[in-house]
Ligand binder design. Structure first.
Ligand SMILES: Cc1cc2nc3c(=O)[nH]c(=O)nc-3n(C[C@H](O)[C@H](O)[C@H](O)COP(=O)(O)OP(=O)(O)OC[C@H]3O[C@@H](n4cnc5c(N)ncnc54)[C@H](O)[C@@H]3O)c2cc1C
Length: 389
């Protein structure tokens, strides 16, 4: 067993830490206030070659894997959950292609993401089907005019980065939408400028402002056979399983950023003839939170290590889901504590604590809510995928 990061990963961590401190930290508040997409920071990521971390070298990436992306997102999210999301979006929609796509699809769609010439989004959720993926109503009917082609109809919602995306991975049912037959769920690559694709609505949301979530309507959208990934429900789940450490990294980084900020504050805040930090009650809160952050870090790194070895099939679900569940809950807890430790100041926009708190709330909902993760972990223990004997 080795708890040490490799020289390469340590180097990556240091480089990103500096970039995050110099370029991202000073911008976080303004991005939240304006809600404008931070294109200049996308360009910084592009310049620093951080957009292809999880993409293999043969497709234009740097091959740093899920571990490399996890460490990078952790550093970035210490200061901005939006920029963590920007990096996450290099993996979420490319995942199904890397797992189940054809060689042609990989050659065509992965290099653009790695080089930052293209962006993509992942379209799973629908107004009537979030946690209940099999309840999706988007229909993929066979195109009678094109052998192996399909025509898509349906509405996807809350799609992160939907406005900036050049292409989408869309999940739809090839049979009766009311059927819950898992084999009927199929994934497709849809170009954003395809006839019939519209983005009629951008959500007004609580946090993570700067990367919009969008409704995407598919009205008789034709996809050719070269855009069919396939995969069934298993591909949905494997794609999401491999993402657990990456979402967890956002929670981890956010928790670290919030606790560091609050710790520095209480060391300087006078009260009752001392500083707030000198009260044991405060020290214990910091200690408990720091312990939870380190526990989240261990779960997250292990999950990243598993995912990089292709261990994201059903039997690894409990370990992967634990990372996402725990790190996102710790983010909410740590940012809530940070608000509390600053008192009124923590509630005001003069400090980043209220922003950390609003941004953290997204993490226990996206890509499988905390309740869904607990369900998956529970099933894994009941079925002995996780067992200690
Ligand atoms: C900011 C943001 C960005 C997003 N980005 C994307 C994106 O890029 N692509 C995409 O496809 N989706 C995206 N989503 C959607 C997200 O994945 C869904 O919100 C999530 O899957 C939960 O679905 P829901 O919101 O419909 O909640 P519901 O499924 O309606 O659940 C509501 C509540 O019931 C609980 N619940 C549901 N089922 C169970 C159960 N079996 N047992 C116990 N409790 C249960 C849930 O935990 C939750 O608390 C995004 C959401 C947000 C907020």
């Amino acid at each position: 067993m080795d708890f040490q990061l490799t020289e390469e990963l340590l180097g990556l961590q240091q480089t990103v830490r500096r970039l995050a401190q110099d370029k991202i930290k000073p911008r976080a508040r303004e991005i939240d206030t304006t809600g404008a997409y931070p294109q200049d920071l996308f360009d910084e990521f592009k310049k620093a070659d951080l957009l292809g971390l999880c993409i293999p070298e043969e497709y234009g990436g740097s091959g740093a894997g899920i571990m490399g992306l996890t460490l990078t997102i952790e550093e970035v999210t210490k200061y901005s959950n939006v920029l963590g999301l920007m990096l996450l979006l290099t993996r979420l929609p490319t995942g199904p292609i890397m797992i189940a796509g054809t060689e042609e699809q990989k050659q065509r769609y992965l290099p653009g993401i790695a080089k930052g010439t293209h962006r993509a989004a992942f379209c799973l959720s629908e107004p009537g089907a979030g946690s209940d993926v099999a309840g999706m109503q988007t229909r993929a009917a066979e195109d009678r005019d094109v052998k192996g082609g399909y025509i898509l109809n349906g509405t996807k919602c809350w799609i992160s980065g939907g406005m900036q995306a050049d292409w989408f991975v869309v999940f739809a049912k090839t049979g009766d939408p009311s059927s819950r037959d898992h084999t009927q769920i199929c994934s497709f690559i849809v170009e954003a400028d395809s006839p019939g694709v519209t983005r009629p609505r951008v959500d007004r949301k609580m946090g993570v402002k700067g990367i919009d979530t969008t409704e995407i309507v598919l009205d008789d959208v034709k996809v050719g056979p070269s855009q069919v990934i396939g995969g069934g429900f298993a591909l949905v789940m494997q794609s999401l399983n491999a993402m657990r450490p990456i979402v967890a990294a956002r929670g981890l980084g956010l928790a670290e950023g919030a606790l560091m900020y609050a710790t520095e504050y209480v060391k300087n805040r006078p009260a009752f003839g001392k500083t707030i930090a000198e009260f044991q009650g405060i020290q214990w809160e910091i200690a408990k939170c720091a312990t939870e952050i380190e526990a989240a870090r261990l779960l997250t790194y292990r999950a990243a290590w598993l995912a990089d070895q292709g261990k994201f099939t059903k039997e690894y679900v409990p370990m992967l889901s634990m990372a996402k569940y725990y790190a996102s809950e710790v983010a909410v807890k740590a940012s809530g504590l940070a608000v509390q430790l600053l008192g009124a100041a923590g509630y005001m926009e003069d400090h980043p604590t209220e922003l950390y708190y609003r941004d953290a709330r997204q993490l226990t909902i996206v890509e499988g809510t905390s309740q869904v993760q607990l369900g998956l972990i529970g099933k894994g223990v009941l079925g002995h995928d996780l067992w200690w004997d």
